[in-house]
Design a protein around this ligand. Structure first.
Ligand SMILES: *[C@@H]1O[C@H](CO)[C@@H](O)[C@H](O)[C@H]1NC(C)=O
Ligand SMILES: *[C@@H]1O[C@H](CO)[C@@H](O)[C@H](O)[C@H]1NC(C)=O
Length: 619
């Protein structure tokens, strides 16, 4: 029956396809054929009983090719059966020491290392959702992220002990159990668990332990800084895990490929598209703690890597390395990612040879996504009939000054014209749900937009401004308002301003991102007012920010103002500030620059400005 459906759908689509997509007809067909195949698998998984989860997929892979290498990491290799046994040990150990049971959420605070994989798998075997904490965050943010997923157990890497100890009093107060993946002795409040894992049985776990898991249950919590405030824990259901896992397949990767993961596993790119995608394909993963431009191609050659992931910044870092004779000596054939600028994309291909770049667009919690499957430089995706059927979306006119959609006299939104920039919204339906954020009804509501084209309809507000050209290619333009992106991380401006205002001398702060020539994204900047009679304290401001925020989120520029401009609805005005940037010759206000080596803010002189523009000062 499904086969008939496919064929019929294919035939029915054909005339329309020929009409609309002639120049890209073949690529559209190949893509849609692939996508349909995966769509059908997803439908099958939805109906299958008992539920077939990514854990079952891993178990099948481990049975099929137990001795195949699953993970290369820092010179060590782990086969599928190694990872299977390790994850059983973790699960058995946690079952006995923590009495974990199905449905208990456990927060993981780990860097990119193999034990991330088997600890997560072990939890999944027990039917426990894992909350993937960003290992760069500390203190207040860390505590916030931990608390909002509702976990009672925290598992942390040994090298993150200090960060855990910093919030330990608060964790103790809440009665949280803390395990450290370490051989050291347990201390008050922290239990070292490596010994227990080493001694635990590697016997497989009975599937009955996770018998209530189904396609709609939460598999993971992944943190996003969608629009405002502290990071939010997005529910990632098993349905979403499956859908994301298909991206490798849709992009053309197979079980023969060797896939390079150097993005953090706490983000959906590294975890879902990278790791889970590789489990779905049954291929080999090369895992790295951290992206390194200088090691990148050596790794590719050493491990015969054929598939890679990027964010816009990483391709540029690769292009910025000194050219070498062996630049094209590698087997990488497919790159999956998002956020690359068209000029970098071209340069990357010119220099490193013919690699199929699969630029995609998707939000962890969103209900729309696109893949650029045609090799057209610069675009993030393409409209085709399938995308319209599977995730109905629209671009609507958006008022950048007011930061809200434009509405007509009936209070409805207005579709953006072809070629015009608009806000991407995805209709919320049964098939394209928006589950929202854990413990944050208010933020969940904020992402829902009603009365878009009809009274009573409901859309997911992506917060992203896109443009669709006359050939149906989709281009990313900008992100709205309260978030900016720097070094591949989303920075929530309100979180940064909350922290800035804890600096003694600062009264109010308005945080935004500014463009710097030659860099992807926007770098952090803050316009602040000072408390009466106070001077800007260059050292204190640095130390507060360094204490509470990861490097990428700290404002590199500070602009001192006498008052901050507000909108009619008492939101701070940003658009003008963003446009004015940080050029000291154009701005009368005092400007400061964060000097990371001197660990303080220094006045932003024209010399410093010029060195930044000529890239003598690295940002
Ligand atoms: C990479 O491929 C070469 C040649 O096909 C092979 O000799 C080598 O063992 C491979 N390396 C790895 C790590 O698989
Ligand atoms: C898709 O990627 C190719 C490069 O691989 C690029 O030329 C093309 O513009 C992209 N198209 C879209 C829609 O992103």
């Amino acid at each position: 029956m499904l086969i008939w459906f496919t064929l019929l759908a294919g035939l029915a689509l054909l005339p329309a396809l020929l009409r609309t997509f002639k120049p890209y007809f073949f690529q559209d067909c190949v893509y849609m054929f692939h996508a349909l195949g995966f769509g059908i698998r997803l439908i099958k998984y939805k109906r299958r009983s008992p539920f077939y989860s990514i854990v079952d997929c891993f178990l099948d892979a481990a049975k099929k090719h137990p001795h195949k290498t699953f993970v290369h990491f820092e010179g060590k290799t782990y086969t599928y059966s190694d990872v299977e046994r390790e994850s059983n040990k973790v699960a058995n150990a946690l079952r006995s020491v923590a009495a974990l049971k199905e449905g208990d959420t456990v927060a993981l605070f780990l860097g990119n290392e193999p034990c991330f994989i088997w600890t997560w798998l072990g939890l999944a075997k027990l039917g426990c959702p894992a909350a993937l904490l960003n290992f760069n965050i500390r203190s207040r943010s860390l505590l916030h992220c931990f608390s909002c997923c509702g976990a009672n157990v925290l598992i942390a890497a040994a090298d993150l002990r200090d960060a855990v100890e910093e919030i330990l009093p608060a964790l103790k107060e809440k009665g949280i159990t803390v395990y450290l993946l370490s051989d050291e002795h347990s201390t008050d409040g922290i239990q070292s668990i490596n010994q227990k894992i080493a001694e635990a049985s590697d016997k497989p776990l009975s599937p009955s332990l996770r018998s209530n898991v189904n396609i709609k249950t939460t598999a993971l919590y992944i943190y996003t800084s969608g629009t405002t405030g502290l990071p939010k824990a997005a529910y990632v259901t098993h349905e979403r895990v499956w859908a994301a896992s298909f991206i490798q397949g849709v992009s053309g990767l197979t079980s023969e490929d060797v896939f390079y993961i150097n993005l953090p596993l706490y983000h959906s790119a590294g975890f879902l598209i990278g790791l889970v995608g590789s489990i779905e394909r049954g291929n080999t993963v090369v895992l790295r703690r951290k992206f390194s431009a200088s090691q990148f191609w050596d790794d590719c050659r050493k491990y015969n890597i054929t598939g890679m992931q990027y964010i816009g910044e990483t391709l540029r870092y690769l292009c910025n390395t000194p050219t070498k004779e062996n630049d094209r000596d590698h087997k990488v054939r497919i790159a999956i990612g998002n956020g690359v600028r068209a000029d970098v994309w071209k340069e990357f291909l010119d220099r490193f040879g013919h690699i199929h770049v699969r630029e995609l667009y998707a939000a962890t919690e969103g209900n729309v996504g696109f893949v650029n499957y045609t090799d057209k430089v610069g675009a993030i995706g393409r409209i085709n009939i399938l995308s319209k059927i599977f995730f109905p979306f629209a671009l609507i006119k958006f008022d950048i000054e007011k930061e809200e959609p434009v509405r007509n006299s009936q209070g409805l939104c207005i579709p953006a014209q072809r070629g015009e920039v608009g806000l991407l919204v995805g209709q919320i339906t049964k098939r394209t749900p928006f589950v929202g954020y854990a413990g944050n009804k208010q933020q969940t509501e904020k992402k829902r937009l009603g009365d878009v084209f009809e009274k009573g309809d409901l859309y997911f507000n992506s917060g992203d401004l896109l443009r669709i050209d006359h050939d149906n290619f989709i281009y990313f333009q900008d992100r709205v308002g309260d978030t900016f992106r720097w070094k591949g991380e989303n920075v929530a401006t309100t979180e940064v301003s909350d922290i800035l205002t804890t600096v003694d001398c600062i009264e109010e702060a308005n945080v935004y991102g500014v463009k710097v020539e030659g860099h992807e994204g926007r770098i952090g900047m803050a316009a602040v007012t000072l408390r009466e009679g106070r001077e800007f304290d260059c050292v204190a401001a640095f130390s507060v920010l360094a204490n509470y925020l990861p490097v990428y989120a700290r404002p590199r520029f500070i602009r001192i103002q006498n008052s901050l401009e507000m909108t009619g609805t008492f939101k701070m005005k940003k658009v003008k500030l963003v446009e004015e940037g940080f050029d000291p010759t154009l701005i009368q206000d005092r400007l400061y620059f964060l000097d990371l080596t001197r660990k303080k803010y220094i006045p932003l002189t024209r010399e410093i400005f010029n060195s930044i523009m000529s890239q003598d000062i690295k940002l």
